[in-house]
Design a protein around this ligand. Structure first.
Ligand code: ADP
Ligand code: MG
Length: 691
């Protein structure tokens, strides 16, 4: 029997009347199948015996006892039974304790003198004796296997109404005992390659695990299964990708462009590019998210793919979130694309009047192949002759509406969104809308991981020295500060004071500049150009350098007041260095005392250079409440998987599903028969979900 075919209502279980049925309904449980899929929210470890002689005040004893005597204390209505017990699992120490049975005087008839029980109870030391008013006593006459709790990991469930953990546990045991076998839902090959277990094992281990590993494996298996069918159901809606012939001229230009670089594409770049090219030659629009850590080489993939639109007569819009970044892209494009005969326009808010009119006309006439710019690209008066492809760099900086207003300037243009920050929500978007996901995991060859140091404010001397050494080697540095001047919060080191200190006292003979958002566009541009051309050795800046800048000889990133920045921002900032085969360093200078969260953030950065790992940790530290949860929003009921926390799992499921769809879209092969039937019979989810 399949889990979803277990449709007997919970009301058919012993002791489940109207009230408990309603309580279960509140938890989303209607059928016994639902009940089996109710995930425990935690497990209580009762595997170890904790005798009365060693239990600490306020903690739980877990042992075997014998009832010694009964007595009463209090008067009238408050008269309360006290059951005296003796530990019998404790090598003859026989420590005694009193169970205080508030409102449970009926226990006199249940907990009989001389009988033996498993005790689990919170013990306190008061009135010179061990006492417990919160306890469970289970008679020792069953064999241990029949006891749900003692010596076990005990699941704790979400509760509602008059449900108790015990009642839920017993109901689940009852259902499990009546079902000899739950049919498997995942293909054997997937189970084997992802260290999963069968559906039957998973359900049983979820509720009665022998150890935490079993519980984890069970949860992982069920989460995998859930995502698997979810993705499968939504993937099958998508159009097939048919083999295409790439335009020979575009192929030729692609080769020319790639030959102009001193390196070749990484394997990941190649395979992502192949996917994008496939899409670009279909007649329905591509919506693809390209994720890759900072410095993984997303831009080049974008340029190459753009050739295939341009040399098939289309126009390309390339949008970046800041002027500086847009300009850097425009400069790179001028260097690498113009030689191929591509006509480029640079388009920002700073381009005005005549120049702007001229550009607008050229775009409209089709005299420009690729427009590179900021959000100025989607102002009203911008029109294209034939906009076929939109590339959005650092897409998380833009809103969906902005993206769509740019899309309206073409007829069904292809869209490539690039991001180094895997935001769970955008990940989730890729699952539910028709956005495909591509990932560049590997870094270009020869990159050396950046070494990150945490520097407390008081020990900065050594840092200045090591930075000086880098300068002697001809390398460059960024110093980043969170503020512009020292008005307001005086404890923050501000760029102006620090710039004066660095340039006059610390490194007096070394060419440098101060850059911040209050400078004019022209000033910023000149500074960055000089930095790129190594006329400047270091720049002192506010976080204007955060995204995208690519200066290969910069090997030092000093971030002051690192505790003030979020994890994603710090990772982005650090990503400004380590962009060549030179060893790079990042110094995170912090002010003591550090708040706990800040401490965690800095530790994560020190330990890892992996943007995906960092994004996950970011979530953990901030807690899922900070992110718009998809699990809670109710449009889709996921029981085991979390779209915000199971990012890795989602990626592996997606991978499996993609390969199934690629090889056997109709699910016609024998090994997919089970999946086909399950999908056809009762789809897990409706597919018209909206976000
Ligand atoms: P990001 O993915 O952060 O946008 P970029 O596209 O800016 O990264 O690339 C970072 C640097 O790596 C650039 O200087 C680029 O020229 C270089 N690069 C890109 N691909 C490769 C490669 N396959 N091998 C070596 N360097 C590469
Ligand atoms: Mg980039």
């Amino acid at each position: 029997m399949y889990l979803r075919n277990i449709t007997t209502p919970v009301s058919s279980l012993k002791g489940v009347g109207k009230q408990l049925s309603q309580a279960y309904l509140n938890l989303g449980v209607q059928t016994c199948g639902d009940l089996l899929q109710l995930p425990p929210r935690a497990y209580e470890d009762r595997t170890k015996i904790i005798p009365l002689s060693t239990v600490k005040d306020g903690e739980f004893a877990n042992t075997m006892v014998e009832v010694v005597s009964h007595s009463y204390f209090g008067h009238g209505k408050k008269r309360t039974l006290k059951v005296i017990i003796k530990d019998i699992a404790d090598e003859g120490r026989g420590m005694k304790a009193s169970l205080l049975c508030f409102n449970r005087n009926f226990l006199e008839k249940v907990l009989r003198i001389g009988r033996r029980y498993y005790l689990y109870g919170q013990i306190s030391y008061s009135y010179r004796e061990l006492q417990s008013s919160q306890f469970e006593m289970i008679p020792i006459h069953d064999t241990l296997e029949d006891v749900a709790t003692f010596g076990k990991l005990v699941p704790l469930y979400p509760l509602s109404g008059r449900l108790t953990h015990n009642s839920v546990r017993n109901h689940i045991r009852e259902v499990l005992s009546t079902i000899p076998h739950i049919e498997n839902e995942l293909p054997e090959s997937i189970i084997a390659s992802h260290n999963l277990i069968s559906t039957d094992d998973a359900v049983r281990m979820l509720h009665t695990p022998a150890n935490m590993e079993q519980a984890e494996t069970a949860k992982k298996t069920l989460a995998f299964t859930e995502l698997f069918y979810l993705l499968l159901a939504s993937s099958r809606e998508k159009r097939p990708s048919v083999p295409v012939n790439f335009a020979p001229r575009a192929q030729q230009k692609e080769k020319e462009l790639l030959d102009s670089f001193p390196f070749s594409l990484t394997e990941d770049q190649k395979s992502v590019l192949a996917r994008i090219k496939q899409d670009l030659y279909q007649n329905h629009p591509m919506h693809r998210m390209l994720q890759g850590d900072v410095g993984s080489g997303k831009t080049l993939v974008a340029w190459v793919s753009a050739l295939h639109v341009i040399f098939n007569g289309g126009q390309v819009a390339f949008m970046a979130p800041t002027e500086l970044l847009a300009r850097q892209h425009a400069e790179q494009a001028a260097k690498h694309l113009e030689p191929l005969g591509i006509r480029i326009a640079f388009f920002t808010g700073a381009v005005r009047q005549k120049a702007r009119t001229y550009l607008l006309d050229a775009l409209k006439m089709g005299d420009i192949d690729i427009a590179i710019g900021t959000h100025a690209l989607f102002s009203q008066d911008v029109t294209f002759k034939n906009l076929r492809y939109i590339i959005i760099d650092e897409q998380h900086r833009f809103g969906v509406v902005q993206r769509m207003s740019l899309e309206e300037k073409g007829t069904d243009p292809h869209v490539l969104m690039m991001s180094a920050t895997p935001i769970p929500r955008s990940l989730a978007l890729t699952v539910f809308s028709d956005i495909d996901l591509s990932t560049i995991r590997s870094m270009p060859a020869g990159r050396i991981p950046i070494i990150t140091y945490l520097v407390s404010n008081r020990s900065r001397e050594r840092m200045y020295k090591s930075v000086g050494v880098e300068f002697e080697r001809g390398h460059q540095a960024y110093f980043v500060y969170p503020r512009i001047d020292d008005s307001g919060e005086s404890s923050l080191r501000d760029v102006e004071t620090m710039y004066a200190f660095l340039s006059k006292e610390m490194y007096p003979d070394i060419p440098s500049a101060l850059i911040h958002s209050r400078l004019s566009e022209q000033e910023k541009i000149t500074i960055l150009r000089d930095f790129r051309e190594k006329k400047l050795t270091y720049i002192v800046s506010t976080s204007v350098v955060e995204v995208g800048l690519d200066i290969p000889d910069a090997t030092v990133m000093v971030i002051e007041h690192a505790e003030r920045f979020g994890l994603a921002a710090l990772h982005q900032l650090r990503g400004r260095v380590g962009r060549s085969s030179l060893q790079s360093y990042c110094f995170l200078v912090y002010e003591t005392p550090l708040a706990e969260d800040a401490q965690k953030r800095l530790k994560v950065l020190k330990e890892s250079n992996d943007g995906f790992y960092i994004a996950e940790q970011d979530l953990l530290i901030r807690g899922p409440g900070d992110v718009v949860g998809t699990k809670q929003s109710g449009f889709l009921k996921l029981r085991f998987a979390s779209l915000t926390n199971d990012i890795d799992l989602l990626a592996s499921v997606k991978h499996e599903v993609d390969s199934i769809i690629a090889n056997d879209k109709g699910l016609l092969s024998m090994k997919h028969e089970r999946i086909r039937k399950l999908l056809a019979e009762s789809p897990y989810f409706s597919t018209n979900s909206e976000m």
